[in-house]
Every structure is written in C-alpha cells, then in structure tokens.
Ligand binder design. Structure first.
Ligand code: SF4
Length: 322
C-alpha cells in the first residue's frame, strides 16, 4: 500500500472507556472527556474498552488492588484480598490484542490496577502498601503482547511534549500496520520508501538510531527478510520514543536546508543558519525555522522533502515549544 493511501485512514487507538464518558468506574461515575482527548480524536479513532466490566464486574463495584508476593502479581478485591481477577484481565487483554490487530496505540488510565501505565499502588498479602511502582495487569499484558505499540496514560498526555511524541509514534505505527496489511514481507525497496519519510524525524530524535537504520537498509537480508523488517520497525519505533532535542532538530533543519542550496541566495542561507542558532539556543520555538523552511519549499518544491513527516503539522510540537 502506498504511503498516501496509508495516511488516508485514521489510526485506531484503544482507550480506557472511563476516559471518554462511559460510566464504568467502580464508583459508577462517568468522567468527562478532556480537551486533550478531544484533540486526539481529531486524528485518531479512539476505541473505548473497559476490562473490569468486560470480565463481568458490576458498576458500581468494590474497588480492587494489585497484590504482590514472591509468587507473582495479582489483582484482588481491596476489602478481603481473597478474590483474584488478574488472570481474567490478562485473558481479556489477549482477546483484545487478537481482535484489534490494527491498533496503533493505547491510552491507559492513571492509577488503575487494571489499566494503569506506571506508578500504580501495590500491596502485600497482609494489605500493607508497597512502593508505588506497579503497572495495571491488563495494561501490562497489552504491552507484553505488542512491545512496539505506542502507549501513554491520560495524565501524561497533558504534557505537550509527551503528547506530541505519542501522536507521531501512533501515526508511524499505523502506517507500518497499513503497509503490512497485505500480508507480504515488505521488500527492502518498500522499507527504504517507508523510511524515507521519517528520516529527518529520526535524525531529530536519535542520531544513534538514524545511523543504525541507515546500516540496516544498506543491503537486503536475502536469507531472512522478515527479520530485517522486524528489526527496522523496532529501531524506528525506539528512535521515535527517544525525546527529540533542540540539538537534534537543529541538525535535521541544517540537513534539510541543504536541499535549497541551488534555490536560495547566500544571504538567505546565512540568515537561515542564524535562525537555526536562535532556535538551538532557545530564543525562538521550532515552528519559526520550520515555517520558513515550508515557505522556501512552497516556492521551490522538492518531492523528497515534501513527503518528510518532519515538516508536517501533525508531528511538529509547535505548542510544546521545543
Ligand atoms: S480504569 Fe480501566 S477498568 Fe477501570 S473503569 Fe476505566 S476502563 Fe474500566
């Protein structure tokens, strides 16, 4: 599938049903959908799922908690710690992974023993609190089933940098899943074509991964093309997960500017270099040099640069002010 048609469908993203107004919480309350989730829903299809209700728990219900001992991690009723729910939650996660193979991301729910992404409360067999380092049992199983799946938690999505990072990973993973939908192993040509759109974004996020992907795609692995494809997407998703820095963005901006060398004057080149320096030192936000680059490429179109995700609106953390 071409990248154009891949980009034409919205990514499907799982989300805790209680975050989008479903009255499924243990207390019976419904939470209002936050403006952040409203924003996400503009470019993604949010698919609500409530594992606790799905395994048969009523609304309202007694709260449950994570209980840990030497034998493992459990989810039990908070009152008596005698009824066990972890295995049904894991089974439901396995069912959802099999059912929603097209998921390109998941938004988990802060603090939940089922859907929490990090720092969930844990207790020992005696009911004493342990360090808050738990992960919701359902969430953990979803992540184990697809370790590359972009995931975030509702609270963390209020941080503009984390949100933008999540958005760009979801779109990349969605395009990857679309490419793989036909069932054939992507050829080296397809991998290179796919990567060509992400090259400068990867450079901004991680030069180490940029170099590794360059080496990986320098020749075909004729004995094991599947391994090459798997390694490629693993490197790409890991790179995008790294935080992009001003240094990384400046590096990518300088490289992209190189495509204008025959088009803009030396004075324009010098002022653009100064603008990159101003961005590098924090005097102007990223959107300023990016807008100027877009202006130049509108005047002097370049097919290769026009498809770069780096210059597209949905991946530029303009509001984050990186
Ligand atoms: S946190 Fe998960 S299990 Fe709890 S109400 Fe929300 S969706 Fe349901």
């Amino acid at each position: 599938m071409s990248s154009e048609s891949a980009a034409s469908t919205k990514p499907q993203v799982g989300i805790g049903a209680c975050l989008v107004g479903h009255a499924v919480r243990y207390s019976g309350d419904a939470k209002k959908r936050s403006h952040v989730l409203e924003k996400l829903a503009e470019t993604m299809d949010l698919i609500p799922l409530c594992p606790e209700v799905a395994i048969g728990l009523p609304v309202p219900r007694e709260p449950i908690r994570i209980v840990e001992n030497n034998e493992g991690i459990y989810v039990k009723d908070s009152e008596t710690q005698t009824i066990e729910y972890a295995q049904p939650l894991r089974n439901f996660a396995n069912e959802m992974t099999a059912k929603h193979r097209e998921f390109a991301g998941y938004v988990f729910v802060k603090g939940s023993p089922s859907c929490g992404y990090e720092r969930v409360k844990r207790y020992n067999d005696e009911g004493n609190a342990l360090a808050n380092t738990g992960v919701g049992v359902y969430a953990q199983q979803i992540m184990d089933n697809d370790p590359l799946l972009p995931v975030e938690e509702n609270g963390r999505l209020h941080d503009p940098n984390l949100r933008e990072n999540f958005v760009r990973r979801v779109h990349a993973y969605h395009e990857w899943k679309q490419l793989n939908k036909v069932g054939d192993i992507p050829t080296l040509h397809q991998l290179s074509q796919f990567y060509s759109r992400y090259k400068y974004l990867v450079m901004a996020h991680s030069v180490t991964h940029y170099k590794k992907i360059g080496r990986l795609l320098s020749k075909p692995d004729r004995e094991n093309p599947q391994q090459q494809a798997d390694h490629f997407i693993e490197l790409l998703m890991t790179a995008l997960k790294c935080s992009a820095t001003r240094k990384g963005y400046s590096n990518a901006l300088s490289h992209i500017k190189g495509y204008l060398k025959r088009d803009i004057s030396s004075t324009e080149r010098i002022s653009f270099d100064q603008l990159i320096d101003q961005y590098r030192t924090g005097e102007v936000p990223l959107i300023v040099p990016v807008k100027l680059l877009n202006h130049y490429f509108n005047t002097y179109p370049n097919d290769y640069i026009s498809q770069q995700t780096f210059l597209m609106d949905n991946v530029i953390p303009a509001k984050a002010g990186i």
